[in-house]
Design a protein around this ligand. Sequence first.
Ligand SMILES: Cc1cc2nc3c(=O)[nH]c(=O)nc-3n(C[C@H](O)[C@H](O)[C@H](O)COP(=O)(O)OP(=O)(O)OC[C@H]3O[C@@H](n4cnc5c(N)ncnc54)[C@H](O)[C@@H]3O)c2cc1C
Length: 395
Amino acid sequence: MGRVCISGAGPAGMTLGLLLARKGHDVHILESMKDFHREFRGEVLMPLFSQMMNEVGLLEKILSADHLKLQDVQIFNEGKALSNIRFEEICKEFPFAIWMPQPILLQTLYDEAKQYPNFKLSFSSSIESLTRQPSHLQIDIKRGIEKETIEADLVVGAEGRWSHLRKITNMELEFESYGFDIVWFELPRPADHPRSVQGFFSKEGNFLIAPKYPDLLQCGLLMPKDAFAKMMKSGISSMKEKLIHSHSAFKNFAESLEDFSHFHVLQAKIAFAKKWAEDRVVLIGDAAHTMSPIGAIGVSIATGTAIVAADIMDAAFASNDLSDEMLSKIQKIREQDVRRIQNFQLQAERTIQTGATWRRHIFIRLLPLLVKMGIIQRLMKSIMTLRSGWKVDSR
Ligand SMILES: Cc1cc2nc3c(=O)[nH]c(=O)nc-3n(C[C@H](O)[C@H](O)[C@H](O)COP(=O)(O)OP(=O)(O)OC[C@H]3O[C@@H](n4cnc5c(N)ncnc54)[C@H](O)[C@@H]3O)c2cc1C
């Protein structure tokens, strides 16, 4: 049995920790935040997530926690309905996307994991430094003002796109792209609002609206990088005007605004680490392959890598082989899929970005026809559902 220290208790870190603990390995997860509370990230979970969690026997538990099920994606152009894509056309087995606040998802995984005495999670804790000894890794941990040193056989960076472990071990990025910002805000949800993810193209800018658990709407404005900072400098009236012209549902909210405190800005980044395993340090999830919000697929991809990592690490401990060759199998198995989806995100980013011109016009003109012909559904199926050939052995 092995000893694994995982830095980061996001979807990737928690999934890997739970699966390794279930296989009997000693797991210690370090999370820099004081709890699971976080918002506006990774809350829509595509059918791919349900399929994978079903395969590792965790879906039933996850669906027993509070969530909403979303039935379709609706696209509008200048306020007019353009297309409607139902999840049942994409995945018969799980014909829905799940809206689950991340704290609920992470707590559910934690509740499952903590039944194993070999599983431990420490909040407000992070790795300060790492020393590689021939027989083990020595990890210096910072917990508030306290310091502690632990030993592990493997250390995993699951700290998301700003990974500290990636930085201190000099694991380089092959590329990084920062396309746009999403500016989030919330509204009360009218009782008759559809259970749909809605995407709007408009001259005022592109935006999203989706039901948020329990009774809210989450709205996101797609803005070119730095545009929100410029808007803050010019004052709240320009934001009010933008919102009022974007959608009638924003009117009351816009009129009540006095400052920018209701908005949360997140950068949409895409990145890829050259090597995901080096001398007993392994990167998974956004630390290895940062996904943009496009397609709401990042959590599924992160947990997919975590599931593969659990199997490879288990095999590595069983054969007493923690070599780079063994651990780089995680990247070998996952790389093609991750690159395919990142390429899709980069292309989609160029098409939907505010200010993009001919690509977006062509897309909007062709979309209804592409949906009618089933081409968009096939594309979404290839991105948002499990591919044949996926083999996991994580029970
Ligand atoms: C605006 C936005 C919206 C998105 N919406 C969706 C969506 O709806 N659906 C979807 O599937 N994906 C979405 N994504 C992508 C998704 O959020 C990520 O792909 C996914 O969260 C990656 O999971 P992870 O576990 O690898 O990393 P993270 O979720 O980033 O988790 C990393 C964890 O590590 C912790 N941490 C960070 N630094 C340290 C440290 N030094 N020491 C210890 N712990 C540390 C963090 O606190 C966090 O808990 C969105 C992304 C963005 C930017």
